[in-house]
Design a protein around this ligand. Structure first.
Ligand code: SF4
Length: 378
């Protein structure tokens, strides 16, 4: 897998999706020496199960552990520290990681129990947990979700889990942007698998999951977060730590040079559609993801007919950026879904609504593209 690639997959079998991404990226070759100590770093910010939109699905780690063991990598650890004041031990239990560790024999490391070392992060001193610094190859497993201050949390911000609580508090006192960017000049991001199954719309602690059934892999955390921002309807300038991390040499935010490759998962139902995408958005409930009140309110502006999960999620993200008065100026409900193929109508998103008077192209379109389109219709 190249540094400028993003591999995307959709579906319901979360562990299988993670394995597919690892295989497609040729993760074993990226790691190299089988003696390396490999860390898997989920986001367990709070003790809430993954379907609530805050934490990484343990099936992703389970799939990757199975892949790694099959490829003779046995020096594996699961490493995380919950947000300041919360118990990682409780999160390990509630989020399914204690069970996973027991079943696989992989060590669980709570960074809150760790010693720290002061590191020079390109001009900013940051205390980092020693167990993280001892990792040879770090697999970052963030959730793509909203954040009340930084708007987005994904790969770069997920590394806050490898610093002690006192540093987490200092990060907040410094406004997050600068320290997050500097932290990632030292924190490892050797491979990233993003949990985009049902990340929260607004808050890192969950409660408003938006079911998208998506997972993607990257090697560049800056590019990864830039792409995630676009899916959630943001421009890179909305999330200043992405640009700052780029300036510090952490990676590239140039989406124009990114190679985004969508993995087909077997029988394609139509050009550009994977099985997983075609599974349909309504299945969010089947995955245990229960949309919160805000998502349900936004859904009132949508007419959906057999919409793929990712397309529907992009539309929800885009609608969430409109003010109440902008929402009120939408002339009609916005149509999305395969059921609109070949039909005529007013406002629609995705190639399935190409026959509409106004249609946002893409399959699925990004949240940013839909947002620009909706603003042009108001
Ligand atoms: S345009 Fe949207 S609903 Fe239609 S096939 Fe593509 S992703 Fe699915």
């Amino acid at each position: 897998m190249e540094k400028n690639e993003i591999l995307v997959t959709y579906g319901k079998d979360i562990a299988a999706m993670a394995i597919r991404l690892a295989e497609e990226a040729n993760l074993a070759e990226l790691i190299g020496d089988s003696d390396k100590r490999i860390g898997l770093k989920p986001n367990l910010v709070v003790a809430r199960p993954a379907p609530e939109g805050a934490t990484t699905h343990p099936e992703i780690a389970a799939g990757l552990i199975a892949y790694l063991k099959k490829n003779n990598f046995h020096n594996l650890v699961l490493i995380e520290g919950a947000w300041a004041g919360a118990s990682t031990a409780e999160a390990f239990t509630v989020c399914g990681y204690r069970k996973l560790a027991r079943e696989t024999g992989v060590e669980l490391i709570d960074t809150k129990d760790d010693k720290t070392r002061s590191c020079d992060c390109k001009g900013m001193k940051i205390d980092i947990c020693e167990s993280a610094l001892a990792i040879d190859f770090m697999i970052n497993l963030p959730v793509m979700k909203g954040h009340c201050q930084t708007l987005l949390t994904c790969a770069l911000k997920n590394n806050k889990g490898i610093i002690p609580d006192r540093e987490k508090r200092r990060f907040h006192s410094l406004g997050l942007t600068k320290p997050i960017a500097h932290l990632n000049t030292v924190a490892r991001n050797d491979f990233i698998v993003v949990d985009g199954i049902c990340g929260d719309l607004d808050f890192e602690e969950g409660g408003n999951p938006v079911y998208a059934g998506r997972m993607f892999a990257a090697r560049d955390p800056v590019l990864c977060d830039a792409w995630a921002a676009a899916q959630m309807g943001y421009s890179i300038s909305d999330i200043p730590y992405i640009g700052l991390a780029e300036k510090l040499g952490v990676g590239s935010a140039d989406l124009r040079s990114a190679k985004v490759r969508e993995l087909k998962s077997g029988i394609s139902m139509a050009d550009g559609i994977t099985d997983g995408m075609a599974d349909g958005m309504a299945d969010g409930a089947a995955m245990g993801s229960i949309p919160g009140g805000k998502v349900r309110q936004l859904a009132a502006y949508i007419a959906e007919d057999k919409a793929c999960s990712a397309c529907y999620a992009s539309l929800i993200f885009a609608l969430s950026h409109l003010s109440r008065s902008e929402l009120g100026r939408l002339k009609e409900k916005v149509c999305v879904g395969q059921g609109f193929r070949g039909r005529q109508g007013g406002i629609g998103v995705g190639q399935c609504t190409a026959g509409f008077t106004a249609s946002c192209p893409g399959c699925p379109p990004s949240g940013a593209d839909i947002l620009a389109f909706l603003k042009s219709q108001i």
